[in-house]
Design a protein around this ligand. Structure first.
Ligand SMILES: [Zn+2]
Length: 588
């Protein structure tokens, strides 16, 4: 097992096998309070239990003894800015230890939304985001992906609100103010999740459905109608879905991510609900996590590529099976382009830091890290070289072998050698494999995805830049073709060019967040003021980091005062994770 430097826990000594939560949601105080009872497996010697916490107020710690609960001595360490405070408990090697506590209103893993920040505008909303190390801000826990536990929870809330967790929530949206859920499969702490709000249920299929605010539920169900089909094709490729139900919860626009793969209950951004299913690869991605990440988990954040790299690969296979090869190739080409653009300006020395060999654990930089992209590319390369007839059963065998376990890169590489490279010699060379696992960057022999439709788009862009002739047929382009057009356009365009595009295709004010992000990035870098009002509205409405951070980055370079002005207005609606990221960009 890898030592996880993002956690104070000592899982070789003792580990949680089951967690029982008893929590009350207080929307007035923006506080969650109650108790977390850990069932423990003592493996090593000693009587010390160390849990991760951040900004928690610990009220009592007790251990279960033969004649009831006994108080235990504990101490909370001086907080570390990144990791929080270690809660060290002197136990009697109790089988169960209970921590009574309450969260801070500023808990980094929770967001409390005023009614005005929801679609309905009447009831408040709250949701958690535990990945990577935020679970510790709302549950005292061994906050490392190397420890897995099942959990059950009893939660009370104002009776008009529905509470959901990353667990078996059932499908009745009857509100009682008192909810009991169970997660029978062992999960790592970053998959602990809770949400509460004015939520209703729309079924999608036998095993799947959507939870959302009433105004959004029907639209979301239409957008995500292919979920059941996605589950079917993934099972056909990579083995059974092992989590019972698969439901989606559509959050308010301030959710900082596209989706969060909370087991049994993916949290999703509403920015992909645009009416044409063109951005539902986010759902394919979150579903894919039910195999990579949730089922087979990296045992520390330094091996994030085992999670996100495999997931993006499986995502693309799902997209291909459901929406066709052309769509899947366009999606791959967009991601590869984004990777290459980031890598091209790097020197050899920088490359060794930013994108080392996959088997050289690197610092976890968050979900924008390049490692996962390289991992996805590596898997696609293996698939291409070995053929699907060999590669698909290999990958399925990997998910089967390591199901419900936390592993590191060495475990994967060992499995790769044993089950793919050695049984099928001569297909790839040792130094080719080593170029992926040990060398920095993307190997020169890695082929790039080629989309015929993107070639047409590239030619149209060149012609327009050269002659001013608007791209023919662009009014009928798919989302992906527009993304390609904008991705490979110059960072800055002239006011005349921007006005011409905008008049023809009404890009300013688009409801498509992926197009908006790219368009406003160019608008910002070009200081194109006629689009500033809509750009500001976009940054205020949406809090998804992938969409807003690039626009702030462009503004920081061109118009920092305007960026700060917009941020000041948008900030009350942002998740703390988004706020911190924007502050960093703006140097605040
Ligand atoms: Zn992911």
């Amino acid at each position: 097992m890898t030592h996880d430097r993002h956690s104070y826990a000592e899982p070789l000594l003792v580990r949680t096998t089951h967690l029982e939560l008893d929590l009350a949601l207080d929307f007035t105080a923006k506080v969650l309070s109650g108790a977390a009872t850990h069932t423990l497996h003592w493996a090593g010697a000693g009587d010390r239990l160390v849990l991760d916490t951040r900004d928690l107020t610990v009220l009592a710690v007790e251990g279960e003894a033969a004649d009831g609960w006994e108080p235990l001595e504990y101490s909370l360490a001086v907080p570390d800015k990144e990791l929080g405070s270690a809660l060290t408990i002197r136990t009697n090697r109790n089988e169960r230890v209970r921590v009574s506590y309450r969260t801070a209103p500023t808990a980094t893993g929770l967001q409390w939304l005023e009614p005005s920040m929801t679609a309905g505008g009447v009831m408040p909303f709250m949701f958690s985001q535990s990945q990577a190390i935020h679970a510790r801000s709302w549950v005292p826990v061994q906050d490392t992906p190397g420890v897995r536990f099942s959990y059950s929870a009893h939660v009370t809330a104002p009776p008009e609100l529905m509470v959901l967790m990353s667990a078996d929530n059932g499908t009745t949206s009857r509100r009682t103010g008192s909810y009991d859920v169970v997660m029978p499969e062992p999960i790592p702490s970053y998959l602990l999740a809770i949400a509460a709000g004015d939520l209703v249920f729309e079924p999608l299929g036998e095993r799947s459905g959507v939870w959302a605010e009433p105004a959004m539920a029907r639209r979301a169900a239409t957008e995500f109608a292919d979920t059941e089909e996605m589950m079917r094709v993934t099972e056909e490729l990579f083995g059974p879905y092992r989590w019972g139900r698969y439901d989606l919860l559509v959050l308010p626009p301030s959710f900082p991510y596209g989706g969060m793969e909370n087991p049994r209950m993916t949290f999703a951004t509403p920015t992909v609900v645009i009416g044409d299913k063109s951005l539902v690869s986010v759902i394919a991605h979150e579903l894919a996590h039910s195999w990579s990440g949730n089922l087979v988990t990296q045992d520390s954040w330094d091996d994030i590529w085992l999670n996100e790299g495999f997931t993006a690969y499986v995502e693309n296979r799902i997209v291909e099976a459901v929406y066709g090869a052309e769509f899947a190739v366009m999606e791959t080409a967009i991601k590869q382009h984004a990777t290459v653009v980031k890598l091209d300006p790097l020197s050899k020395a920088e490359l060794a830091v930013e994108l080392p060999g996959l088997n050289h654990r690197s610092e976890y930089h968050g979900t924008t890290a390049l490692g996962p992209l390289k991992g996805t590319w590596f898997l696609a390369w293996l698939e291409e070289r070995f053929s699907r007839a060999i590669f698909d059963p290999f990958l399925r065998g990997y998910f089967d072998r390591f199901a419900f376990r936390s592993i590191n890169s060495d475990d994967f590489v060992g499995h790769l050698r044993e089950h793919l490279l050695e049984p099928h010699p001569g297909i790839v060379k040792d130094d080719e494999v080593s170029a992926w696992l040990d060398e920095p960057g993307i190997p020169a022999f890695a082929e790039r995805a080629v989309s015929a439709r993107f070639q047409v788009v590239d030619e149209a862009r060149s012609r327009w830049l050269g002659t001013g002739e608007l791209p023919e047929g662009a009014a009928g382009w798919t989302t992906q073709e527009w993304l390609r057009f904008l991705d490979a356009a110059p960072d800055m365009l002239s006011p005349v060019q921007l006005q011409q595009l905008d008049r023809a295709f009404a890009l300013t004010g688009t409801a498509n967040g992926e197009i908006a992000r790219r368009w406003y990035q160019i608008v910002a870098a070009s200081s194109y003021e006629p689009a500033y009002a809509e750009l500001a509205a976009f940054l205020t409405e949406v809090g998804r980091m992938k969409l807003v951070l690039p626009v702030y980055r462009a503004l920081a370079g061109s118009d920092r005062a305007f960026a700060s002005e917009v941020f000041a207005k948008a900030r009350p609606g942002y998740h703390p994770i988004t706020t911190a990221a924007v502050q960093k960009i703006l140097g605040q």
